[in-house]
Design a protein around this ligand. Structure first.
Ligand code: HXC
Ligand code: NAP
Length: 292
């Protein structure tokens, strides 16, 4: 039997009646959560730049679950594309209940090597892409008096910052600020909820090939500095996301849920590196303290 955390958590039909739009839903973590949302009964709209990738994912999911998946290409940076994708979704399903801002772009680089356009590209995809979808869909929900909800995928360096991924850190912290700001503004006025998840390392082709190319995967294996000593499993993130987009989380608003096995706190705690002190060394220190 597999580990509990690799199994689906919510009850059958938990997302029935919902239409969920997932940006970047054709690959990686977006695809995994879409598979689970569909298994739980949701109808899906997936969007990203590559139509052929979206079509393949949509076909795979529908075959597995029998539930509809609409695949529409578009660039999250382009507001006209965003409005077109949303309109096509409404034409097909008559509603969109949940937005998942998952699309992202990122690369590792010393910051002084980046061009202004490189910065612009990541900020455009991550921050402006999330703003564009949230604004366009939010305006529709407000006009229709529909109490939709938004889930944004950020990272743990959204609040700590991180060297070598500075455009991404700036953009993700902006998405987190938008989430908390609108959870208060739109939550109070219109009943729209906004939350975020902050995953630690979850192996995907998109992130791993770009951020840990070549033998960096072995040299900087993130699992080495994670207290639970492993990378994340897609299903455990999908479980958390399914809960946050479901009505079971109706009282959760403006929250960012970290799912990283304790990774960022391990890096932050001043004395955590003392894990390297052996039992013999602790015995010696104790003896020294006792004046032996
Ligand atoms: C430095 C780079 C670069 C790199 C591109 N650029 N790659 N600079 N290092 N590795 C520069 C280019 O030279 C150009 O600047 C500018 O960025 C735009 O490049 P384009 O190729 O035109 O960009 P675009 O088509 O917009 O593609 C976006 C992209 C690409 C971000 C560059 O990597 C992409 O499409 N990524 C999508 C998927 C992805 O990144 N997934 C990972 C998400 S993981 P100039 O000046 O030359 O014009 C994630 C996880 C974090 O966020 C946490 C993990 C633990
Ligand atoms: P991924 O597979 O590369 O996902 C990124 C997705 O974004 C792709 O489907 C890509 O599709 C889409 N995308 C990129 N630029 C776009 C644009 N301009 N317009 C529309 N769509 C665009 O990587 P992932 O690891 O699954 O990442 C998913 C999310 O999790 C991201 O928000 C990432 O920051 C976050 N995250 C991941 C990890 C991790 O360890 N994997 C950790 C923390 C946070 P196209 O190329 O077809 O456009």
């Amino acid at each position: 039997m597999s580990n509990t955390y690799t199994q689906g958590m919510l009850r059958d039909g938990a997302l029935e009646g919902k239409v969920i739009l997932v940006t970047g839903g054709g690959t990686g973590l977006g695809k995994s959560m879409c598979q689970y949302f569909s298994e739980l009964g949701a109808k899906l709209v997936i969007t990203s730049r590559r139509q052929e990738v979206l079509d393949a994912t949509a076909a795979e999911i529908t075959e597995a679950t029998g539930n509809e998946v609409l695949a529409i290409s578009g660039d999250v940076r382009n507001y006209e594309d965003v409005e077109r994708v949303i309109q096509t979704a409404y034409d097909k399903f008559g509603q969109v209940d949940v937005l998942v801002n998952n699309a992202a772009g990122n690369f590792v680089s010393p910051t002084e090597r980046l061009s202004a356009n490189a910065f612009n590209s990541v900020i455009g995809i991550v921050l402006m892409g999330s703003v564009n979808y949230t604004l366009a869909l939010g305006k529709r929900w407000i006009a229709d008096k529909h109490k939709g909800s938004v889930l944004s995928v950020v990272t743990t360096y959204a609040w700590t910052g991180s060297g070598y991924v500075v455009p991404s850190a700036c953009a993700k912290s902006g998405v987190l600020a938008m989430t908390r700001s609108l959870a208060a503004e739109w939550g109070h006025k219109y009943g729209i909820r906004l939350n975020a998840v902050a995953p630690g390392p979850f192996p995907t082709k998109g992130a791993w090939d770009r951020l840990l190319p070549g033998d960096l995967k072995e040299k900087f294996d993130p699992a080495n500095r994670i207290p639970v000593k492993r990378n994340g499993e897609h299903q455990e993130l999908s479980n958390l996301c399914a809960y946050l987009v479901s009505d079971f989380s109706a009282y959760v608003n403006g929250e960012v849920v970290t799912i990283d096995g304790g990774e960022w706190l391990f890096g932050a705690g001043q004395f955590t590196g003392f894990s390297a002190v052996t039992d013999e060394m602790w015995d010696m220190l104790a003896a020294m303290r006792a004046g032996k």
